[in-house]
Design a protein around this ligand. Structure first.
Ligand SMILES: [Zn+2]
Length: 221
């Protein structure tokens, strides 16, 4: 099944240009491995980038700078095609993890060090080199209501298994939801299957309402 919620073109073009931070790149690369539509957008962006470079007179920028840019474009292409070809069906794992994400995980989903965050919700951080947004995985038990919360920075979520629904729609495997500091939402995991999401968070999540305030520790990833 193809994704119906996609990252913005801005994000895809930044990814193609190699200018996204590492946590966001992991999420976008994982989405690309499941989404032919966005792979098309990225390929087009890379093509345009390549054409622009071909039009530049090499004597203007020096051969080594041009080589560096061309090498960078080749790398991006290889990365995207590697991501496409190696979706791992993971026989011993209930969740099939696309290669760009699998490379960051020390083991199978169930073997990761899951931290209890609240009733029905567990989180594990994914280690990245650079400082910046945090990236991790959330497991939400079927039917669990995640407390209403806002955001002090951007948050991106991509579903890997199961699904959830909030006021903006229903999200299934491959779907991406981007929340900025204007969105207050209360995701509810679909019944019947555990929901596993990849989450990139920039600021702290901010609980709203009485009950959520009591559950404040829940939001400290
Ligand atoms: Zn897409």
């Amino acid at each position: 099944m193809n994704a119906s919620h996609h990252p913005s073109d801005d994000l895809l073009v930044s990814y193609a240009a190699g200018s996204l931070d590492e946590p966001s790149s992991i999420l976008i690369a994982t989405h690309l491995s499941l989404c032919p539509v966005c792979r098309g957008v990225v390929a087009k962006a890379e093509g345009i980038g390549g054409e622009l470079i071909e039009e530049i007179d090499p004597s203007d920028i020096g051969a080594s700078a041009l080589d560096a840019v061309l090498a960078r474009l080749d790398e991006q292409e290889e990365f995207v095609s590697a991501a496409v070809e190696t979706v791992d069906e993971g026989a011993d794992d209930p969740v099939s993890i696309p290669r760009p994400l699998k490379d960051y995980l020390p083991g199978a989903i169930k073997s990761l060090p899951w931290r209890w965050l609240g009733p029905g919700v567990r989180y594990t951080a994914i280690h990245t080199e650079a400082k910046g947004p945090k990236v991790g995985l959330l497991r939400i038990a079927p039917g669990t209501k995640v407390p209403m919360h806002g955001h002090s920075g951007d948050e991106m979520t991509m579903v890997l298994a199961g699904g959830y629904t909030d006021a903006t729609g229903n999200f299934q495997r491959g779907d991406v939801e981007a929340a900025d500091d204007g969105l207050v939402h209360q995701p509810v995991a679909d019944a019947g299957e555990e929901c596993v999401c990849l989450v990139v968070t920039e600021g702290e999540l901010q609980p709203t309402g009485m009950i959520a305030k009591v559950l404040q520790p829940f939001f400290r990833f």
